[in-house]
Design a protein around this ligand. Structure first.
Ligand code: NDP
Length: 287
């Protein structure tokens, strides 16, 4: 029995990693990339370089889209618009929920199926045990191709709505970038004070590991609309963040990030929440 044939459109670091994993598992892998030379190493390893998007899409039982955004996806798929009927697309690139829904509708109108995927690992995690990808879209399509997709990462199915995986992905990514920038900012302050990134890493790790307790404590209170200031008050948060702003300034480190946080906290105070918990900011953030 022949292995499934997979097409990968987009050969940035992620698409390369995915195509490599499929090749390693003996799949017939067809690739297409706007910059064709990016396929050279994969072709040397056995991948087929399709001369056109249409030929690429026809070659695979399913087509992985690993592109910067949906603008890139449309730029590519428009080239083969009349050849998409009956094909299956799995978009593993970042997108907003609205874009994912729109793309699913666009493809459905052309007779093609679409799964949304949000990959929660860098390229080095592709094909390794542990990492997962959030999926949403038609369950039967995922079931039919789950064994192939599982070669890349584990599967975390969130439902039929094509926007759901993108939504959960953006929720995670929002926290990811905020946390990573917070880490970098603290590390810049550490280094400005003679503490190396390596020396600081253990402290940073403990701080992040401790965050989950806050989610568990605050989540039910947020859902209940309970922002009472029994354990923390916004006035305290403002004073605390102000100390971060001043420490950054004294260290010669850019204070844009803590200043932006302070600005949000001050809006909460102006809304009348000085004596309420930090979580009362959820009312200030909701527009
Ligand atoms: P890149 O942005 O490096 O991939 C770019 C790919 O998109 C290339 O193949 C590029 O072609 C193509 N592309 C971009 N614009 C166009 C266009 N207008 N027309 C045609 N092709 C275009 O990203 P990655 O490979 O790093 O990631 C791919 C997706 O995976 C992204 O959506 C990213 O958010 C997501 N992701 C990435 C992670 C990572 O750590 N890298 C982690 C999790 C998700 P060309 O080679 O010609 O420039």
């Amino acid at each position: 029995m022949r292995h499934q044939a997979v097409t990968v459109l987009g050969l940035g670091p992620m698409g390369q990693a995915m195509a490599n994993v499929f090749l390693d598992h003996g799949y017939e892998v067809t690739v297409w990339n706007r910059t064709p030379e990016r396929a050279d190493d994969l072709v040397a390893k056995g991948a087929i370089r399709a001369p056109t998007v249409g030929e690429a899409v026809r070659a695979g039982d399913l087509t992985i889209l690993s592109l910067t955004d949906y603008a890139a996806a449309y730029a590519i798929l428009e080239q083969a618009k009349d050849e998409l009927a009956g094909r299956i697309f799995v978009n593993l690139g970042s997108a907003t929920p609205a874009e994912a829904r729109q793309a699913a509708n666009w493809l459905a109108a052309l007779g093609a199926a679409h799964l949304t995927g949000g990959v929660l690992t860098p390229p080095s995690g592709i094909g390794t045990p542990g990492p997962v990808t959030l999926y949403s879209g038609p369950r039967e399509v995922l079931d039919a191709h789950g064994a192939t997709l599982e070669l890349l990462t584990g599967i975390d199915y969130r439902g039929e709505d094509p926007g759901l995986a993108a939504l959960y992905y953006q929720l995670e990514i929002s926290m990811f970038w905020t946390a990573l920038l917070g880490y970098l900012h603290a590390t810049a302050m550490a280094r400005a004070n003679g503490i190396s990134a390596t020396e600081f890493a253990g402290t940073a790790a403990k701080t992040f590991a401790g965050m989950t307790e806050f989610f568990e404590f605050y989540a039910p209170r947020i859902d209940a609309g309970d922002h009472s200031g029994d354990v923390d008050r916004l006035s305290m948060s403002a004073a605390s963040i102000e100390h971060v702003v001043r420490t950054a300034g004294d260290s010669g480190v850019d204070a844009t990030l803590p200043t932006a946080m302070l600005e949000i906290v001050r809006r909460g105070i102006a809304d009348g929440h000085a004596g309420d918990s930090f979580t009362s900011l959820i009312e200030t953030l909701r527009r």
